[in-house]
Design a binder for this molecule. Structure first.
Ligand code: CA
Length: 707
C-alpha cells in the first residue's frame, strides 16, 4: 500500500515505493503541494523502506498536503506530526477551554490549530430538528491554536455549537468541553452550573476511605437496576429512581435500600455520561437498549436517565440529587468512564475540530482499533491527555464523584493515568482510580500502556484481576470451562496467589480489584449453569456462594456485580450490551427466591468489614500474617495470624472446600470457634472445634481462636 505521512513540519515520508516499483533517482517525478502551490524540494533520501522528502519552508497544517509521485496522488497524513515536540512547542495549550459563564457575559475557548476560521453559533432551541437561524459570531484566533469570543449578556438558557472551517469543509460540532447539552446531545447548552445544585449540595462531600481495600464495589446500571416492575420504584430506569426510599417487593427491600442493607461502600455506575443518541434516542428512551459504552459528550450526564431529557439542566440536577442521596447513606459513587474510544470517530466533535489529532491513526491514516469499537483515542497526545484529565477533574469537583473505573485502561498511556490519579487526588484524597488493564495492541508501545504488568509504574491505580475471575469460575471465553469452585482440578496454587492478592503482579493489594462477574460476559449464575449443566440447583448455589466467599476473603478490593447476590441471570446471554430490558433487568423476585444467598453474602460483607485482617494494605504484612496450611486436593486452607492489621481476632482460619464431598482437615493447636460455615455467618460462634474439622462439600468455613 502506498501512503504518505508527515514526520515534521518540513519532512514528508512516502511508504510502499518498493511494492509499487517506484525507483528513486533524479528522474523520479515527485511534487509536494498544498492548494496548488508546490513546495520546493530540498532533498529526497531513503529512510528505511520509506523515502523522506525534505522541503524548504514549512507545511501549513491548516491546509491539506498532497504528494504526487510517479502519477500517484497521496494525501499526507498529519497524525505523526501531532506527537512531536516541535508541534507541542507551538500548540500545546494550558489555558482555559470550554466556556466560562458569568451573569453579565460568557467567554468561549476552543482549540483547533487546523481550523482556518471558527464561528460560534448561538441558538435558542435545544434541538436541531426545530428550525432556527442561529446568531453567528466569528471567533478571534489567539496563540497556540485557540479561538476565543466573549459574548455580553446572560446566556444561561442558550445553546451553542462551533462552526469550524477545516480543510475547506464546514463542520458544525458540539463543544467537546460542553457541560450541558440539549436533547440527544446535539447542541451544547450554556448553563449557570450553580443553578443546577440541589439544596444542600455545597455541603455534600466525598465518602472517606482509608485505603482502597476497605471499599466494596457494587456495579449497577441506572436502567437495569430499577426498570423491572419488581423494583417497586416509581421512576424506573432513571437517576431519580435510585433515590427512592423504602421500595420493596414482596417484603424484601429493593433498589436504594437494598444497596444500603447489603453493606457495600461504593456504587460503580455503568456509563452515565452522555452516550450516543444512535444507541438510545433520548426522546424515546425505551425504544432501544444500550449500555452506553459509546461516548458522545464526555462532560454531560446521559439524557435517557433523566425524567426530562429536553431540559438541559434537569439531567444535571437529577444526577447531583442521586449522588447526594447516596453520600447521605454513606455510599460513594464511582463513575464508569470510557475515554478510550468514541462512537463513530469520524463524526465526533474531536475529528470535526482537529482531524487526526485526538484518535490514534496508522501511518496510512486509518483509525487504530484496539478497542474493537472502530477507534482508539490518543491519550499520549498532549491535548487529548489534557482533555481526559480535565474531564475527570470536572466530574470530581462539580458532581462530587468518588472514583473512576476506566474502561480498557490498557489503551491509555501510563503518564495519562498517573496524571489522572494525581489531579483527582488533589481534589479528593479518598478517590479510587482503577480500570481494565488488559494488554491490547494499540498505537503505543507495551511498556507505556496502563496494563496490569506495568502496575509498578502506576502506583495507587487499581486493575481488574482476571486471574481470580478465571480460576474461580473458569474462563469467560470458554463457556463450558469449569473453575476451582465448579470442579476444575489443580487450581489450588493459583487460588493461593489470589488469596494474597497476586503478590507477583501488583505492588500493592490496593491495586487488586477482585471480581468474578461484571456486566461483560455471563453472570456468574449463568456461567455455572452452562459449565455445570448437569449439577443440582443446590450445588450450583453452593458454588456461587463459595465463589463470592473467595472474593470477600481475599486480599484486595472486592467487586460485586449487582444482582449476583441473589443469583442474577441474563438468561444465558453472554454479551447483552444492546439486548432488551427483558435480558438485562435486575429481577427482584429472585431476591425473594434466593434470600438465603443474599443473607449469606451480606453476612460475609459484614464479617469482612469487621475484620481488618482481610483488608491488609501492605504487601509485607500480607507475607508476614498469612500462612497456608496443609490441606487435601481441591481445598485451600490458610491462617491470618497474630491480630493481623489490628484485627480483634488473634488468628483466623479460612477454608475453601471445592470438593463435592465432606473433607476432614487437621486444625492447629487450640480451640477454634466457627464463625462461617457453608450456609451461615454467625455473629457469635456456633460451635467449637479442636484438632480437626469436617467441612461440608463445596463450602467456605471461617474459624477463629478468639471469641
Ligand atoms: Ca445520549
Amino acid at each position: 500500500m502506498l501512503y504518505s505521512y508527515l514526520k515534521s513540519f518540513s519532512q514528508i515520508a512516502v511508504h510502499g515505493i518498493k511494492e509499487h516499483k517506484i525507483r528513486i533517482n533524479k528522474n523520479t517525478r515527485i511534487k509536494v503541494f498544498q492548494q496548488n502551490i508546490a513546495h520546493e524540494i530540498q532533498k529526497i533520501a531513503l529512510c528505511g523502506d520509506d523515502i523522506c522528502i525534505s522541503i524548504h519552508g514549512h507545511i501549513d497544517i491548516k491546509k491539506e498536503c498532497y504528494v504526487l509521485i510517479e502519477g500517484y496522488l497521496l494525501n499526507v497524513n498529519y497524525s505523526p506530526l501531532f506527537k512531536t515536540d516541535e508541534f507541542n512547542l507551538l500548540y500545546a495549550y494550558d489555558g482555559p477551554l470550554g466556556y466560562i459563564y458569568n451573569k453579565e457575559y460568557t467567554e468561549f475557548y476552543v482549540w483547533s490549530p487546523i481550523a482556518e476560521k471558527i464561528n460560534l453559533l448561538l441558538y435558542k432551541n435545544f434541538d436541531p430538528t426545530i428550525e432556527e437561524e442561529p446568531e453567528v459570531f466569528e471567533m478571534q484566533s489567539l496563540q497556540k491554536g485557540v479561538y476565543y469570543i466573549k459574548i455580553d449578556g446572560d446566556l444561561d438558557g442558550f445553546f451553542y455549537n462551533y462552526e469550524a472551517y477545516v480543510y475547506g469543509k464546514r463542520n458544525v460540532v458540539v463543544d467537546p468541553y460542553a457541560y450541558a447539552v440539549g436533547v440527544n446531545g446535539l447542541r451544547g447548552a450554556i448553563v449557570d452550573l450553580k443553578s443546577t445544585n440541589p439544596d444542600g449540595f455545597e455541603e455534600d462531600s466525598y465518602i472517606k476511605l482509608n485505603a482502597n481495600v476497605d471499599a466494596i464495589i457494587y456495579e449497577v446500571s441506572i436502567r437495569d437496576f430499577t426498570i423491572d416492575s419488581t423494583s417497586g420504584v416509581n421512576l424506573k430506569g432513571k437517576f431519580l429512581g435510585l433515590t427512592e426510599e423504602n421500595t420493596n417487593y414482596e417484603g424484601v427491600q429493593t433498589a436504594l435500600y437494598h444497596i444500603k442493607d447489603f453493606g457495600i461502600t461504593h456504587l460503580q455506575i455503568m456509563p452515565m455520561y452522555d452516550f450516543s443518541y444512535k444507541s438510545v434516542d433520548e426522546k424515546y428512551p425505551l425504544d432501544k437498549y444500550n449500555w452506553g459504552y459509546d461516548p458522545q459528550n464526555y462532560n454531560c450526564p446521559e439524557g435517557s436517565y433523566s425524567i426530562n431529557p429536553f431540559s438541559q439542566k434537569s439531567r444535571i440536577v437529577e444526577l447531583k440529587k442521586l449522588i447526594k442521596k447516596l453520600h447521605s447513606i454513606g455510599i460513594g459513587v464511582n463513575m464508569d468512564v470510557v475515554y478510550n474510544h468514541m462512537y463513530e470517530a469520524q463524526h465526533t466533535h474531536f475529528e470535526g475540530l482537529v482531524p487526526g489529532y485526538y484518535f490514534r491513526k496508522n501511518l496510512d491514516g486509518s483509525f487504530i482499533n484496539g478497542s474493537g469499537c472502530g477507534n482508539d483515542t490518543a491519550s499520549e497526545n498532549y491535548m487529548m491527555r489534557r482533555f481526559i484529565v480535565d474531564s475527570v477533574k470536572y466530574w470530581t469537583k462539580e458532581y462530587h464523584i468518588d472514583g473512576y473505573r476506566f474502561d480498557l485502561m490498557g489503551l491509555h498511556d501510563i503518564e495519562t493515568m498517573n496524571r489522572v490519579r494525581d489531579e483527582v487526588l488533589k481534589i479528593n484524597p479518598y478517590a479510587m482510580i482503577y480500570g481494565e488493564g488488559w494488554n491490547i495492541p494499540t498505537g503505543i508501545e507495551e511498556d507505556i500502556r496502563a496494563i496490569q504488568k506495568n502496575s509498578g509504574k502506576l502506583l495507587g491505580i487499581g486493575f481488574f484481576n482476571d486471574t481470580i475471575r478465571n480460576s474461580v469460575r473458569g474462563s469467560v471465553f470458554e463457556y463450558k470451562e469449569k473453575g476451582f469452585v465448579s470442579g476444575a482440578l489443580n487450581l489450588e496454587d493459583t487460588i493461593k496467589e489470589c488469596v494474597k492478592g497476586l503478590p507477583n503482579l501488583y505492588v500493592s493489594p490496593c491495586q487488586n480489584i477482585n471480581y468474578i462477574s461484571c456486566h461483560d460476559n455471563h453472570t456468574l449464575w449463568d456461567k455455572l449453569n452452562i459449565s455445570n449443566s448437569k449439577d443440582l440447583f443446590e450445588d450450583l448455589k453452593s458454588m456461587h456462594k463459595l465463589a463470592y466467599g473467595i472474593v470477600l476473603t481475599s486480599q484486595g478490593v472486592p467487586f460485586i456485580h449487582s444482582g449476583d447476590e441473589f443469583l442474577r441471570t441474563k438468561k444465558g446471554v453472554e454479551n447483552s450490551y444492546n439486548a432488551k430490558d427483558e435480558i438485562n433487568k435486575v429481577d427482584w423476585s429472585l431476591k425473594v427466591k434466593n434470600i438465603d444467598v443474599y443473607n449469606y453474602l451480606k453476612g460475609l460483607i459484614n464479617f469482612r468489614k469487621n475484620h481488618p485482617a482481610f483488608r491488609i494494605k501492605d504487601r509485607e504484612l500480607i507475607e508476614r500474617h498469612i500462612e497456608f496450611l496443609q490441606s487435601p486436593k481441591n481445598t485451600v486452607m490458610f491462617i491470618i495470624k497474630d491480630n493481623a492489621n489490628f484485627d480483634s481476632f488473634k488468628d483466623i482460619i479460612v477454608i475453601y472446600n471445592a470438593n463435592n464431598n465432606t473433607v476432614k482437615l487437621s486444625l492447629p493447636e487450640g480451640e477454634w470457634h466457627l464463625y462461617v460455615d457453608k450456609n451461615s455467618v454467625y455473629e457469635t460462634p456456633k460451635r467449637k472445634f479442636t484438632s480437626s474439622i469436617d467441612v461440608e462439600p463445596i463450602s467456605l468455613t471461617i474459624l477463629s481462636n478468639t471469641i
